[in-house]
Design a protein around this ligand. Structure first.
Ligand SMILES: [Fe+2]
Length: 238
């Protein structure tokens, strides 16, 4: 399985603070069958400025501990980039990590509360001009989108990929997010799923429950097809 979004690197953001926690989380995900995990520490200017080099070296460090811990998962470097932080003052893309071997994908995060949809559209337009594709992370947590479901359709029409959080399906972020996540899955509008794990507890207890739920909702065949397609688009080898 492919996890498109996680906070598993130690000491970079509000995810695990120690290498031991980080390894425990990755072990849990490995046991659950996630053989590819996108590590996506926050990139928020002035708060979490995890540059491309910082992410790459954190991934290298944690990877060096895999053999002794019997972990067979592969980690893909990325950032979860807040919409205000995509471009620097000179209008250039800030120094974050994109993922994707065939073409660059940015994991883009919109605010949870109100924001101007035009701002998001402008950023998507600018990124598209730079040949960068957008994976919008947990859009079901953005109340601006949740309130106007047609916006999800508009985003998909603009070739924006929607990444739903597994934990939304067990109500971790409230009922509205859960219902929208279910509807997006029902309507086949989801590009891929993300654990968005920040803690050992989430990896050990919440993600197993959420996996049961997604299998109830769409079944194993559709779930693996979704992941297969996402892997192909990202150029991830199975
Ligand atoms: Fe996240």
């Amino acid at each position: 399985m492919l996890d498109l979004h996680s906070h598993i690197l130690p000491g970079l953001d509000d995810g695990p603070q120690t290498e031991a926690e980080s390894i425990t989380m990755i072990k849990c995900m490995d046991k659950l069958g996630f053989k590819h995990i996108v590590a996506s520490p926050h990139y928020i200017q002035g708060l979490y400025e995890n540059s491309s080099d910082i992410v790459s070296s954190a991934v290298k460090n944690i990877w060096s501990r895999f053999e002794e811990n019997n972990i067979s998962t592969q980690i893909i470097s990325a950032n979860e980039v807040f919409i205000d932080s995509v471009f620097n003052d000179s209008g250039e893309m800030a120094d974050f990590h994109v993922c994707g071997r065939k073409c660059p994908f940015i994991l883009l995060e919109a605010p949870f509360n109100s924001f101007m949809i035009e701002t998001l559209y402008n950023i998507i337009f600018e990124l598209t001009n730079k040949q960068v594709k957008v994976i919008l992370v947990h859009p079901e947590r953005s109340m601006e989108l949740v309130r106007h479901f047609h916006l999800f359709e508009e985003l998909v029409a603009r070739d924006v990929k929607l990444q739903v959080n597994l934990m939304s399906l067990i109500g971790a972020y409230g009922n509205h997010s859960r219902m929208v996540a279910e509807k997006l899955l029902e309507e086949n509008m989801v590009f891929g799923i993300g654990s968005d794990i920040h803690t050992v507890k989430q990896a050990a207890h919440d993600i197993p429950k959420a996996l049961i739920r997604i299998n109830e909702l769409i079944g194993e065949v559709r779930l693996s097809l979704m992941m297969k397609n996402a892997k192909e688009e990202l150029g991830v080898c199975s």
